[in-house]
Design a protein around this ligand. Structure first.
Ligand code: TYM
Length: 331
């Protein structure tokens, strides 16, 4: 058995991953891969809580796997797999559904936002989604879950469910800790810097995709909303510029102070031009490697097949324990 602590995290393939997913989550995973035993999943079961075109979902799921690897997550060191390949996720979710309170699920911000928008497809999956997420994490006895700021509430639920189950049936699950980077765990939209950059947004100028043409990225940065103050300053009064400085700093490694003093007395034009270069250069290796990987589907298949085997072994061990504790007759 490995002595390393365990990490679980995932991205749902509902749309193309954005710079928000990359800076808020994937980039941190890369940094953690040596120290931890990591399970990085493509959470396709979660994706169908909103309507999906089957062939697009298939393509995107594979692309997300390629983007993990292209971002620097090494398949030799980590377990990379599709959630739907390990049936224990759905099975544990059912058991956890049965100890989840409707009231608590109804208070989940993401659900509330979607239901308040009056979406047509307000299905039961969308409501119980955070329980499936808890199952994902608890199956692997994860110590740590590196996510962006928007997933904090879901993580709290996962912790609650672990504690509730342990209290009711005796110690079974590790209670996971959340890992959110201190800075840049919420990348905001380029057009609306008051709400998070999201792949489900309608305005394509609001987000930068991890994989897109460099020219498109440059154009979107040029169009990013700023303000009339005219100072490159990290301030709440300037949410657009604050967000762009965050992106600049996360990708260049330069501190906020360094960036502020570099652009003192200069307009937004020069700052945006330089930021475009920082983003394009920062994402260049990811974009190049992604293109190569997508030409080698056999390699990707080998990775996810092997990944599912490893994940299944660990997940089934936890599931067997759970089934026994709740009173199911062992096979
Ligand atoms: P998802 O697919 O929406 O996002 C994947 C990861 O990216 C982070 N993220 C962001 N971080 C910073 N700024 C942003 N604008 C931004 N947008 C997204 C998210 O916080 C997340 O870490 N429910 C999850 C997927 C999931 C999961 C899990 C995560 C399912 N099971 C178990 C961890 C553990 C989700 O929808 O993430």
């Amino acid at each position: 058995m490995s002595e390393k602590k365990v990490i679980f995290s995932g991205v749902k393939p509902t749309g193309e991953p954005t710079l928000g997913n990359y800076l808020g989550a994937i980039k941190n995973w890369v940094a953690l891969q040596d120290e931890y035993e990591c399970y990085y999943c493509i959470v396709d079961l979660h994706a169908i809580t909103v309507p999906q075109e089957p062939k697009d979902l298939r393509r995107r799921s594979l692309e997300v796997l390629a983007q993990y690897i292209a971002s620097g997550i090494e398949p030799e060191k980590n377990t990379l797999f599709f959630q739907s390949h390990v049936s224990a996720h759905a099975e544990l979710a059912w058991v956890l559904d049965c100890i989840s309170y409707m009231g608590q699920l109804g208070r989940m911000t993401q659900y509330k936002e979607k239901s308040q928008k009056g979406e047509e497809n307000l299905n039961a999956g969308l409501f119980t989604y955070p329980v499936l997420m808890a199952a994902d994490i608890l199956l692997y006895q994860a110590d740590l879950v590196p996510v962006g700021d928007d997933q904090k509430q879901h993580l709290e639920l996962a912790r609650d469910l672990a504690i509730r189950f342990n209290n009711r049936y005796s110690e079974t699950f590790k209670v996971p800790d959340i890992y959110v980077s201190k800075f840049g765990s919420r990348i905001m939209g380029l057009q609306n810097p008051l709400s998070k950059m999201s792949k489900s947004g309608d305005d394509e100028n609001d987000y930068i995709l991890l994989i897109e043409d460099n020219d498109t990225t440059v154009r979107k940065i040029k169009r990013a909303v700023t303000d009339s103050i005219g100072l490159v300053k990290y301030s709440d009064e300037q949410p657009g510029i604050k967000n762009l400085i965050t992106i600049y700093s996360k990708l260049s490694g330069e501190s906020i102070e360094e960036i502020e003093s570099k652009y003192e007395g200069q307009g937004y034009g020069k700052f945006k031009t330089d930021l475009s270069e920082v983003v394009v250069e920062g994402l260049k290796p990811v974009r190049e490697k992604f293109a190569d990987l997508m030409k080698n589907k056999d390699y990707l298949e080998k990775i996810y097949t092997e990944g599912a085997k490893q994940a299944e072994y660990v997940a089934n061990k936890t599931l067997r324990k759970v089934y026994k504790k709740v009173g199911f007759i062992p096979r």
